[in-house]
Design a protein around this ligand. Structure first.
Ligand code: CP
Length: 313
């Protein structure tokens, strides 16, 4: 059974097809042309809060002719201790696919081991692959003047500021290796990328394309895009004070772009916290493309679900 748990779960030619379909779905959305999930029911099991992911998946499933079912931990028997194995097997008898947002990546892998339907990663503490595919689509829109080939990402430099050990940083490390982007990570030494992401690259014979630099003045040198994420990720609330203090020098502000390329873009997966990881002036600037990123979640995820649909594979 096909799953999308991490960015490299699709073959190269499938990724090309998914990106082409995402652009096509965006361009033809008004006509609602595809019904790739017609008659299907897809579960959306969310252990964590969400605005963009939840709404874009729910709308996307409906637009593809399917029926989304919103589930969570507390209103199902998971909250009373039913095992992942039994839950996965039972849900497989009812549903055509399962989208999961949870904490540990091992939990989504456990679901995937026991389901007989596709499982999609809607964010774990380790990776956020749907966000990355949508972000790469957004970058191609900005950089490639209508040419949607993934080649448009090659050789570009993306600087990631802040918590470089978080799921978004991990996902950019993986995407950089897959799509040929240089990833420059800039944050406190105590929040450097962990061993797990380096092991994942190694296990998949992927050459690293990232480097780490703790100097906030040099982090965006020559960058084509600067990216940041919240300093206190979901589940890290108890570390809030220490994190805010450690990350302070890494706020993305107007001066961050002084050493970047003139046309450097600013990206954020949202929700944004103005005055923490990014200044209000950067959010308000022409560089900021975060709402395009958010919109593209819808088009890209529709393409991902179409590719995984049991009736298309
Ligand atoms: N970027 C993102 O995943 O947003 P939500 O947490 O609102 O889904």
């Amino acid at each position: 059974m096909r799953n999308f748990l991490q960015e490299n779960d699709f073959q190269k030619e499938e990724v090309v097809q998914i990106f082409a379909n995402a652009f096509d779905l965006k361009n033809t959305r008004a006509q609602r042309p595809t019904k790739d999930l017609a008659g299907q029911s897809w579960g959306m099991l969310f252990y964590k809060q969400s605005t963009r992911t939840r709404v874009s998946f729910e709308v996307g499933i409906r637009e593809l002719g399917g029926n989304p079912l919103i589930l969570d931990q507390s209103s199902t028997q998971i909250g009373r201790g039913e095992s992942i194995e039994d839950t996965a097997k039972v849900l497989s008898r009812f549903l055509d696919g399962l989208i999961i947002r949870t904490h540990g990546h091992e939990l989504i892998e456990e679901f995937a081991r026991h389901t007989s339907i596709p499982v999609v990663n809607a964010l774990t503490d380790f990776l956020h692959p749907c966000q990355i595919y949508a972000d790469c689509m957004t970058l191609l829109e900005k950089w490639s003047e209508g040419n949607t080939s993934l080649e448009g990402l090659k050789g570009k430099k993306l600087a990631f500021f802040g918590d470089t050990s978080c799921n978004m940083a991990n996902s950019w490390i993986l995407a950089g290796a897959l799509f040929g982007l240089e990833i420059s990570l800039c944050g406190p030494e105590s929040f450097k990328p962990g061993k797990e992401i380096q092991q994942l690259l190694q296990d998949n014979n992927l050459s690293p394309t990232w480097n780490f630099n703790p100097d906030p003045d040099a982090g965006a040198l020559g960058a084509d895009a600067v990216y940041t994420d919240v300093w206190v990720s979901m589940g890290c609330e108890e570390e809030s004070q220490g994190r805010l203090q450690a990350m302070q020098p890494y706020q993305v502000k107007d001066s961050t772009f002084e050493s970047a390329r003139q046309d450097c873009l600013f990206m954020h997966c949202m929700p944004a916290h103005p005055g923490e990881e990014v200044s209000q002036s950067v959010l308000d600037s022409q560089r900021a493309i975060l709402f395009d990123q958010a919109e593209n979640r819808l088009h890209m995820q529709k393409a991902i679900l179409s590719a995984l649909s049991p009736h298309n594979s």
